[in-house]
Design a protein around this ligand. Structure first.
Ligand code: BG6
Length: 546
């Protein structure tokens, strides 16, 4: 083969994944995809393919990660030919993903094909088999395939059943591999997730099933593990003795774009983000050090955390969970639509666009430490962060008591001497900024210059862009590469999905059976319903406004 797929890579070919034989230290193994493969993308004309998958495959190829011949076959229902498909992907990569799609893209495009098929019809799959064989012929690919299901989740079971019936899901040990990547949401509650799992596992082995949560592919999310377990000084502080509470925020400024409203209105913030992204972040912050960085060791520790979440009984939901929906509001002088006015959304929709949960992990390390989780659409800006707030010093050495025991800043009558209002002592907060401005900061108190001994808050900060020359890869690049190499560490295991739904299910049930919410209850462009403040409780805690 003389195409560029086989040219020498321009990258470091080592990664932090341990080899199975690793004994102590971190043995490294190559990060390139060494075998020929075909990525078969169902939902080829959809948004995810255009925005994320095609640009990610292109960048991986361009950086030399594909060390053997490859092909990408898009499967969709619309009529188009290879040339049209390639041109559409190139235009989308330029406009939506900022890819410089020039001559290199055209070379890459030579290995991209389109296959028109109705993937809901069983008889389409023989045609697909023929097309794949034709594409793979002469490329030394014995039939290694990554099926990426970038379709509406409703189509997933049918596609897998039909792939299996057509003999396209691999021939077992020793033969070519077949892996299936399934996008979230994985089910819409615990029962449906278990059903889906059972069905999929009838046709694909667990080690061939890659359940995506794209947050795990984010560089900064992986850095949570690196930070905690790759440094000696912080990990001893990560426990109930030292941590006051943890806040995890996934805030988005956008509302519903394009045709998203119709899908979102059936899902809502809890299913869309809280059950997966927020709980994954929580698991990474709270987990014990894994025995190794191997897939099973890491996921076993995460699942323990999810199983140790204190269950929220239906009766506790009003106390521990707050939901919201944005209403219309002018933002920066521009009129902003309310959720109910968005395209595809029901006029009287009761779907939540905001949810906040007060969670707790009931184990020796974390018992009693609140984990405050929140996510929402149409919040003031897009920011994802994990903030670990440490306990304040036990005495108010630097605090000037309010004479006569009057009200202190926070309206408490302790005279500013209680631990909460001991305002002279700033809490130390460690913030993992997942996006944007990826980095980590630690705030602490320092003496202000001058004759008096007063303190002011200061910060130590690390920023990715200032500290490393390498660009931060997109989550989908990392995840596609791992799926192609057969490494499931950053994908969800079946028991993780079940544990996450197990925690969220009673909330969904309480909402379904309880009185209808009074929506809308927050104005677009604000930090969500005022009621959410109640969850952050206590006299010193409050939600951060990052
Ligand atoms: C997706 C949700 O999983 O994550 C979207 O379905 C959300 O609603 C998105 O906008 C947020 O991802 P990111 O990477 O932009 O933070």
């Amino acid at each position: 083969m003389s195409d560029t797929a086989t040219t020498a890579p321009r990258l470091s070919v080592l990664t932090g994944h341990p080899s199975p034989a690793a004994a102590g230290g971190m043995a490294m193994r190559p990060v390139r995809v060494a075998e020929p493969f075909t990525a078969v993308v169902f939902g080829a004309t959809g948004d995810l393919t255009a925005r994320k998958l095609a640009p990610a495959l292109f960048r991986l190829w361009r950086a030399g990660f594909f060390a053997a011949p490859f092909a990408v076959v898009g499967v969709g229902r619309r009529q188009k030919d290879d040339a049209q498909f390639r041109a559409e992907l190139r235009d989308a990569a330029r406009s939506l993903a900022g890819v410089e799609a020039g001559a290199e893209w055209d070379r890459f495009g030579g290995w991209v094909f389109y296959h028109r098929a109705d993937f809901t019809a069983a008889d389409s799959y023989q045609g697909l088999a023929g097309r794949l064989a034709e594409v793979e012929a002469g490329r030394g690919n014995p039939g290694n395939r990554l099926y990426y299901l970038a379709t509406d989740p409703d189509y997933v079971p049918g596609i897998v059943e039909r792939l299996s019936a057509a003999g396209l899901l691999g021939s077992g040990a020793g033969g070519p591999w077949a892996r299936v990547v399934v996008e979230k949401p994985f089910g819409h509650d615990l029962a449906s997730a278990l059903d889906l799992d059972q069905l999929l596992l009838r046709h694909v082995r667990e080690d061939g099933l890659f359940r995506i949560d794209h947050y795990l592919g984010k560089e900064t999310v992986q850095n949570l593990l690196a930070f905690r377990f790759g440094n000696g000084i912080f990990e001893p502080l990560f426990n109930r003795r030292h941590v006051d509470h943890v806040q995890i925020t996934v805030a988005e400024a956008d509302g519903m774009s394009g045709r998203r409203g119709a899908w979102y209105d059936r899902a809502g913030a809890l299913r869309d983000v809280a059950q997966n992204h927020l709980l994954q972040l929580l698991a990474l912050v709270a987990m014990e050090p894994p025995a190794s960085l191997g897939a099973d060791d890491v996921r076993t520790e995460k699942v323990k955390v999810l199983r140790n979440l204190v269950p929220i009984r239906q009766a506790d939901v009003p106390r521990r969970v707050v939901r919201g929906q944005y209403g219309p509001a002018a933002i920066n002088g521009e009129p902003g639509r309310g959720y109910r006015e968005e395209e595809g959304v029901a006029a009287g929709s009761r779907t939540e666009t905001f949810v906040a949960v007060r969670a707790e992990v009931d184990n020796w390390r974390w018992a009693g430490v609140p984990f405050l989780l929140r996510t929402g659409k149409r919040l003031p800006h897009r920011v994802t962060e994990v903030a670990v707030e440490f306990k304040r010093p036990p005495t108010g050495l630097f605090t000037a008591p309010v004479l006569g025991g009057g009200l202190c800043d926070r309206g408490c009558d302790c005279g500013a001497t209680c631990e909460c209002c001991n305002a002279g002592s700033q809490p130390n907060t460690l913030v993992f900024r997942i996006q944007p401005d990826e980095g980590i900061s630690l705030s602490f108190a320092a003496k202000r210059p001058g004759m008096q001994l007063t303190l002011g808050p200061v910060e130590m900060a690390f920023g990715y862009s200032a500290s490393f020359d390498e660009p931060v890869p997109e989550a989908y690049e990392r995840l596609l590469l791992d799926a192609l190499r057969g490494d499931p560490t950053l994908f969800l295991r079946s028991d993780e999905v079940a544990a996450a739904w197990g925690f969220m299910d009673p909330i969904l049930t309480a909402w379904r059976d309880g009185p209808p919410p009074e929506f809308p209850n927050y104005a677009a462009g604000t930090w969500g319903p005022a009621e959410a403040g109640r969850l952050a409780g206590g006299c010193r805690a409050g939600w951060r406004e990052p």
